[in-house]
Design a binder for this molecule. Sequence first.
Ligand SMILES: Cc1cc2nc3c(=O)[nH]c(=O)nc-3n(C[C@H](O)[C@H](O)[C@H](O)COP(=O)(O)O)c2cc1C
Ligand code: SF4
Length: 656
Amino acid sequence: MTPTKLEPLFEPFSIRNLTLKNRLVQTSMYSWYATSEGEVSDRHMAYMVRRARGGAGLIMVENTCIDWATGRGSGMPIRIDEDRFIPGLNDLANALHREGAKIGVQLYHAGRQSDARARLVKAGIATDEPAPLSASDVTSTAIGDQPRPMLVSEIDDMVEKFAAAALRAVNAGIDVIEVHAVHGYLLTQFFSPQTNHRDDEYGGSLENRARFLRRVVRRVREVVGPDYPLICRFSADERVPGGASIEDNLQLARWLAEDGIDVFNVSAGTYEARQWIYVPAGVEPGVLVPLATAVREATGKPVIGISRLGMDLPKAAEFVASGAIDLVGMGRSQLADPDTVAKNRAGRADDVRPCIACAECAREFIAKQKRMQCVVNPELGYEFRGTMRPAPVSQRIVVIGAGPAGMEAARSAAIRGHDVVLVEAEPEIGGQLRHSLLPRFHRQEMTSLLNWWKRELDRLKVEIRVGTRVRAEMLNDFAADQIMVASGALWQPPAHLVELLGDRPTSHDVLLDVAAFAGSAVVIGGTEAGLNAALALAEAGTETTLVDDATIGPEISDLMRNEMLHQAREAGVRIIENAAVVSAGREGARSVLGLRTADTGDITVTVDHAIVSLKPTSAVSEWNAEQDLRFLGTVATPAGRLYQATQDGFWATAEY
Ligand SMILES: Cc1cc2nc3c(=O)[nH]c(=O)nc-3n(C[C@H](O)[C@H](O)[C@H](O)COP(=O)(O)O)c2cc1C
Ligand code: SF4
């Protein structure tokens, strides 16, 4: 039975001639799962069907390209710019319908946010790729390629391309069309004064800047007829200097409602303000909901809210019940666990694999020309392969080390029917994940993830032995068919700091007992471990300085790094980059450090605690090269982060 507090989410909802079974909408997420021709692939089909089975009422296909030559953006999205793409989309629609979901496509043109040419030019490679199109020639700082202003005749053509794409969507059996006018893509570029400097009928006044988008919406409405549901993915706030104001956006929404938009799917940000497209950990779920409510009030039309709502469905239900939004947009939570909706509905919210809102799915993969992948869900994108089917022969598998790599290896092996023993030297399982628990801004996400793994291992009856340090010579005693070593990297202080400072507490000591470091502290080394330690110290009330001889956290994905630095500054951490420690001494119990900085010359820092950030190094040499071992995670790839750990663990037994 649906938990009472979630009931508002499971009320049906009608848009013109369409009824959705519930209020839950998987928003578009560009996946790079299409074939290189832009057709629906087996990979894409299986991924989408798996999400539909999870229970969302409406599943939106990723940004779907209406003009391949000029509009595909930075990759290989699904296409709808020629009739030959209709059958694939029809297959997808039929498959999702069989699972009880409705399907929408998002008609999209990237405009200046296309780096197809920029990548080559930056690498000094000659190319005949055309310049990206836009309203004016304003270069996106996120792309670095000057666009070409569209001719009026090209605008006329593009309106027809949107209309033709809409016709194809209807013919493919798609239930809903969404016009993509957010996140800084072409139609937004025309409305935004930041990117539109034209002096013709498409530039200048609000009416002129709205003209292109309004023409698109009206033409699409003409083509699809009066009963067909139309959504606009709508930019309520670009959050960039010189961008369209909220008031102007609300006026635009009123016009679009007159032009035939039924529902506004309200988001924010552009490539120059990506933290608002996919808000990171540390930002509360629902932070963009007030924008959606403002659009709802301005237009009288239903709205879809977004921003981590799938990660907190009880809160999403409150937003729906209070009338702040009508439908709940879910992005990343659908990637991390396709059964998020079903599990919540069954009262099993604790079983949902939590999205940790790291945004690496977008930043580390899509933005770097890889398929969409997830840090916590290694199966994402491999649903079509049946990776977790029962193993032909059940083996006894021993996994040494219960950090993320070991926990995932044990979980996956147990799902495939193996008999698994997980051995951990520490008194608790979790490994590095336990160390990232302390800083407040992502403590909840990391705790949820660790708890989820614990529950999974329990559910799958994995035998866990904690407090057991295994050495190479003990391995034969396990009588295992396979031994996997996931015991983690060796964490060591940099040699030059040991020489200069002697024996000092480390970032790990801080994370194990932050209260022991009251007063003032300097953390030397801005690795992720150092940044976490500095954050934890500052949050515990220690006056904290973080020093690095280069930049802080270069190994961390950009959005998370920015968020962590923001959190650190908010917590009062003094950050000094490009500063080498050149001298160390004592003043009573206090440490006196001399820093040589590139910018401000020499500085002296006197603190209660001088803490050295540890760096990971390979621990493979601790094991016997003669033995047949499989190494997982940082034990062999010390620079690896959570993503590599879960991938290593999963693929140790998963079927390719
Ligand atoms: C990998 C990835 C790809 C995305 N691609 C699109 C897209 O094609 N079109 C779009 O409108 N939004 C796109 N988004 C934004 C999501 O639809 C959603 O608005 C965003 O992730 C915030 O929702 P969430 O907090 O529930 O994840 C993408 C997000 C991610 C993580
Ligand atoms: S990669 Fe990170 S943000 Fe993206 S779905 Fe997975 S956990 Fe969530």
